[in-house]
Design a protein around this ligand. Structure first.
Ligand code: ADP
Length: 191
């Protein structure tokens, strides 16, 4: 199996690039942000809980997020592999993901980070707010909080994969196609 963790701050382009990766490698895309938003849209209990955190730019608690991710993986018994997008975002989530992969007799192949400078990110998020309808993109204070949470809790997760020699960073500036090319090269080098 090919199991990729796509990593990067809010606005780095994880969603866009995930689409390219699933087409080329036939993977299942699991975006925790998308799953939470689908639950919010569907008015589920999970959605209501998640919304109370997301609207403030905070992380949804680990236990809730991990349980949700586990059950999503269970839904795809015979997949060729997964792209985890927006997960793991904390150290406990990274450990839980390893445990889950082990229980399936597989492991994480690599964490690939999209490197994008902060001023570029702010610009992209402001632009996205105009057409995404995402409430967490609309308020500069919420955006700033997400970036802060990213720096404090999520960026350190990189060390977890570095210690296992599974961390790869690629330049996230340029055209969508240029970035996709860089990603494909990295993924092909894993095989
Ligand atoms: P972005 O990375 O662009 O901020 P996402 O769509 O990945 O957006 O996530 C939106 C929000 O959903 C996050 O700000 C957070 O509140 C919540 N969320 C997503 N993934 C996780 C996770 N792995 N753990 C905790 N909360 C999460």
């Amino acid at each position: 199996m090919l199991n990729l963790v796509l990593f990067g701050p809010p606005g780095a382009g994880k969603g866009t690039q995930s689409q390219k990766l699933i087409e080329k490698y036939g993977l299942i895309h699991l975006s925790t942000g998308d799953i939470f938003r689908a639950n919010i849209g569907g008015g589920t209990e999970l959605g209501k809980l998640a919304k109370s955190y997301i609207d403030k730019g905070q992380l949804v608690p680990d236990e809730v997020t991990i349980n949700m991710l586990n059950s999503e993986v269970e839904k795809h018994e015979n997949s060729k592999g997964f792209i985890f997008d927006g997960f793991p975002r904390t150290h406990p989530q990274a450990k839980a993901l390893d445990k889950l992969m082990q229980s399936k007799d597989t492991n994480i192949s690599a964490m690939i980070a999209l490197d994008v400078p902060e001023d570029e990110l702010m610009g992209r998020l402001k632009k996205r707010a105009l057409d995404s309808g995402r409430t967490d993109d609309a308020d500069p204070k919420v955006i700033a909080n997400r970036i802060e949470v990213y720096k404090n809790e999520t960026a350190p997760v990189k060390k977890y994969y570095e210690a296992q020699d599974k961390f790869y960073a690629i330049n996230g500036l340029g055209s969508i196609d240029e970035i996709t090319e860089r990603l494909f090269k990295t993924v092909d080098s894993l095989k």
